[in-house]
Ligand binder design. Sequence first.
Ligand code: NDP
Length: 286
Amino acid sequence: MGARIDGKMKAQAVRAAVAEEAAKLTAKGTVPGLAVVIVGSDPASQVYVRNKGKMAREAGFASFTHELVATVSEHELLELVRALNNDPAIHGILVQLPLPDHIDEQRVINTISPAKDVDGFHVQNVGRLVIGERGFVPCTPLGCMMLIKEQQPELAGLHAVVVGRSNIVGKPMASLLLRESCTVTVAHSRTRDLPELCRSADILVAAVGRPRMIGGDWIKPGAIVIDVGINRIETGEGKSRLVGDVDYEKALDVAAAITPVPGGVGPMTIACLLKNTLDAARQLAG
Ligand code: NDP
């Protein structure tokens, strides 16, 4: 029987440390400021944005939310981002994704000042991560890495399999694992014999978005399993619940340790957003 990795508890510890440092920075005259921009009224995005604002305030940050209608033009959104770039009270800018189809997401992200790009999605920060330079690392993979390192501080030589190759999770996760000298395999929808590949993983990160796709018999005994997936499934009588990409109960029997959904990677994402914003505030304050 493996261990349940408690992301909620770890996230609380990260947020407490951030709050402590934020108080010190505030005493020196800089209140860390996070601006979150949301376009449209997608309910899931609104929940995420509310949570981010709440957690930011709890950490002692100044939190600013900009809600724009779904029909806002790309030009207006870019103007807002430029204004936030120039606002000295703002140290971190996050544009909640996805954006409506008429807006070029990457153009918006690349308009955010790289020094305030606390999501780590700007092409400059992506490049820095790949070549091993200091920059902002996307929050979800950063949180995953903290959880992995807590289980296993020395990762060199281990085989890490990342299932999923998105720009926000899979690819940066692979870069981080490579930076730790893992041998990294990135799998995706065209990968052949995925179960066999997963069974060779000392570290398995699932970021697919398919409920319980990864079965217990896909897990190598003793592996560390990080489940990034968040999938809502119907449980009958109009009720639903969240599950990950991994069959948690079955995998728990085989793995050394595994993150649950909810309560695993999710809370770490917001904690790392606050950590990145604190780092941005420190750097911008000199
Ligand atoms: P994307 O949809 O952008 O990427 C999914 C990836 O999974 C793609 O690379 C896709 O391959 C791959 N894939 C799809 N089907 C299969 C399959 N049958 N076998 C192997 N690979 C497959 O998703 P995201 O990366 O944005 O998110 C992944 C999951 O993580 C989602 O459930 C999301 O909700 C969750 N998430 C959770 C966060 C958190 O804070 N905990 C934060 C961000 C995301 P291909 O490229 O070939 O299409």
